[in-house]
Design a protein around this ligand. Structure first.
Ligand code: ZN
Length: 342
């Protein structure tokens, strides 16, 4: 039996089917670099010969923004992202999306974009054994005014499954300070906070996220070893780390999967979970992420179980739902045939 899985760090804008993108380009006659799957692939995915750096990785999102041209497109990609996660046996998904990214090309209102994502997600869940909750992502390299508008729209839809707020985008050169009042407001309104940090810049961003932005989870955090005091802080505050090794490799944060500090983070007492970040850009599923990382880091089934249990502990869900999720994992691991697939 395949193991049930949990994904806490997945961007909608990095979870798009290539076949759908080609179809959208043709249907809407879009001005994008290519319109058939294979010609489009190098523009929206990391290829074997692609440079491994942040700039190249982020350039994929710039191309993808050209596709968000109609309400039906946004509903469809949200629906398919849920379908694809369910097909990978993900039972609990926190899908994050950036309203600004989806709204920009056609100047859609953030309120509309969020509604379309919610509708698409609802459709994707229909008849599938998957729980989905949403995280509103704000780009630190875009304006605070837009972030405020997006948060207001998100707070109005809190009861429809938007449970948290994230700060993402270009880490280096774009400090989080201007966004602090927004995160304080969001937290006051009952939102959970997760922040991308120590991915492309130093661990001071993890300290700031924990102490000033109210983060209980950190996206990546792989450069945390540059400051032992921040490790101590994260351990004391019992912060969870959403680690995404393949993404880190492809965006140049680490030189290889075996050189990734995941094991080191675990040994330092940090609570780690395993995630894909952007499955379609990275060309990976969560199951493959587990296989590749387990092989590169010499992780056994107990380590995999520990990371999934951490993910259940870290999930932004009510305690009753967490108990159900944990029991499900315990049940799956107790009957799991270790010779079979994850
Ligand atoms: Zn991310």
């Amino acid at each position: 039996m395949a193991l049930p899985k949990i994904e806490l760090h997945r961007h909608l804008e990095g979870s798009l089917r290539l076949s759908t993108l080609a179809e959208i380009a043709q249907t809407y006659d879009l001005d994008v670099p290519a319109r058939d799957e294979e010609s489009l692939r190098p523009y929206v995915q990391i290829m074997p010969d692609s440079p491994h750096d942040a700039e190249h990785f982020l350039s994929k999102f710039a191309v993808l923004r050209g596709f968000y041209c109609a309400p039906d497109v946004i509903r469809r990609v949200a629906c398919e992202a849920v379908e694809d996660a369910a097909a990978d046996n993900i039972k609990y998904l926190e899908l994050r999306f950036t309203p600004k990214a989806l709204a920009r090309i056609r100047g859609f209102a953030f309120t509309d974009v969020i509604d379309w994502v919610l509708e698409g997600v609802d459709e994707g869940k229909q008849g599938r054994d998957i729980v989905v909750r949403l995280i509103l992502a704000l780009n630190r390299h875009e304006s605070v005014a837009d972030a405020e508008l997006a948060i207001l729209a998100g707070l109005d839809r809190k009861d429809r499954g938007i449970v948290a707020v994230d700060l993402c985008g270009q880490e280096e050169g774009f400090p989080a300070e201007p966004f602090a009042p927004i995160f304080r407001e969001a937290q006051k309104a009952g939102m959970h906070i997760t922040i991308h940090g120590a991915e492309w810049d130093g661990p001071h961003n993890v300290r700031y996220a924990i102490e000033k932005l109210g983060a209980s989870r950190i996206g990546h955090g792989v450069r945390i070893f540059e400051d032992p005091d921040v490790i101590t802080l994260a351990r004391e505050r019992e912060v969870f780390f959403e680690v995404c090794p393949t993404s880190n490799l492809q965006s140049g944060v680490v030189k290889s999967l075996s050189a990734h500090p995941l094991r080191k983070m675990q040994k330092a007492g940090l609570r780690t979970t395993l995630n894909t970040d952007d499955p379609s850009i990275c060309g990976i599923t969560l199951t493959e992420e587990y296989y590749r990382t387990a092989q590169a880091q010499s992780l056994g089934i107990k380590d995999i179980q520990a990371m999934l249990m951490n993910a259940a502990e870290a999930a932004f869900i009510p305690e009753m739902a967490r108990t159900v999720l944990i029991s499900r994992l315990i049940e799956a691991f107790s009957t799991h045939d270790q010779t079979r697939r994850l």
